[in-house]
Design a protein around this ligand. Sequence first.
Ligand code: BES
Ligand code: MN
Ligand code: MN
Length: 456
Amino acid sequence: MKALEYAQTHHDKFLTELQTFLKIPSVSTQERHKPHMAHAAGWLRDKLLAAGFPRVEVMPTPGHPVVYAEWLTDPQQPTVLIYGHYDVQPVEPLELWRTPPFEPTIVGDDIFARGAADDKGQLFIHVKAAEAFKETAGAPPVNIKCIFEGEEEVGSPNLNPFINAHQDLLAADIAVISDSHILGKDIPAIVYALRGLSYVEVEVTGPAGDLHSGIYGGAVHNPINALCALIASLQDEYGRITIPGFYDQVRDLSTEERAELAKIPFDRAAWLEEAGIQADWGDPDYTIIERTTARPTLDVNGIWGGYIQPGAKTVLPSKAYAKISMRLVPDQEPEEITRLISEHLKEIAPPTVSIAVRNLHGGDAAVVRRDSPAMKAAFAAYAAGFGVEPIFMREGGSIPVVATFQKVLGIETILMGFGLPDDNLHAPNEKLHLPNFYKGIETVIHFLENLAHSDS
Ligand code: BES
Ligand code: MN
Ligand code: MN
């Protein structure tokens, strides 16, 4: 196939362009990076035009823009909707980076930069696959639409309204997302389930103002102490969540699925090492793979209040705060879970403090079909791109748009990830394994070819 040959002989060009993309500090959550968001969107538009897409638009939203592209080549062929995000996580703590986050640095076979794997590098795979068809066959074998958003890392506040308002524009037969990882360099995998998310911020107020802890301590309830007790009561010693009703909608794993999950290669020692821990923790009724991908969780992401500067200050603070996120599994609904935790916390909060719970954001969990023609096309594409058949697995992270595509557009999504488990997503020293970048481009080329010849 000519497109494959093009992909195999243009690594240097692809890499140079990826480096340019990774240099743009497109951090969606930080106001000072707003101009860089627009820069990244414009850069992507230019690359999509250069890759042959006849229609490319930077479409405004109340937040960061959506980059939309369209290449309709043959009404007889299926239409693929490719989703990705060009925004990245903040880089802090900066001092833990070995190389500057926005100066992409190649070490061995890896490229280190914020966004290398999540998700600029993976998004770019699709742009380069399209280019390979343009330069060899003139056009891709199927119709392609791209929707690249700039707000994924902040919970996609404007994406659902955008999709709702542009249902005709986005109409497609299947969606594809490359924003997850495979099991190892040479162990390709296809993710068929993702967890959802419910994320709240809790504010506990004690006295109306900070007090001297010597003068008042002992008779005034400290809101930080109270918050810690509340949080501690939300789980038992194994992390099972004690909020009434929390597990009501959890879909149990079937015996067959548990047997399948048990076959996924898993090296416990390597996993402990990767996580940097001595021992694992959690519900002993489930394996580590099950606990991290198919069971719900509750985690405090941050907790603050009182005096946190160097040295000691005796104070009985007025306020205490915590950010609490819960990973959800089908069929838990984020709105319902947010309601349950809010009501529960208010119910159990002692009368000596007041409590407010705010919803930050949420997203639905998703499970996709594994028997569709498009999934078969993806399966064969990985086998061709990596030389071995992919393994089906679930993933503990969240990509809420998968459920939105299902609900609003009525289409299934294929998760064709090319990252690795140790890519340091959201952490210092994020990287992308370059052989995976190139194999990813080849795998997507195979996928689009297979799709053109499938009966979807
Ligand atoms: N790409 C990740 C999700 C992911 C990570 C999928 C690892 C598979 C493997 C995505 O960019 C992300 O970070 N999602 C957020 C959720 C979002 C609602 C803020 C997450 O999972 O925390
Ligand atoms: Mn991502
Ligand atoms: Mn992310």
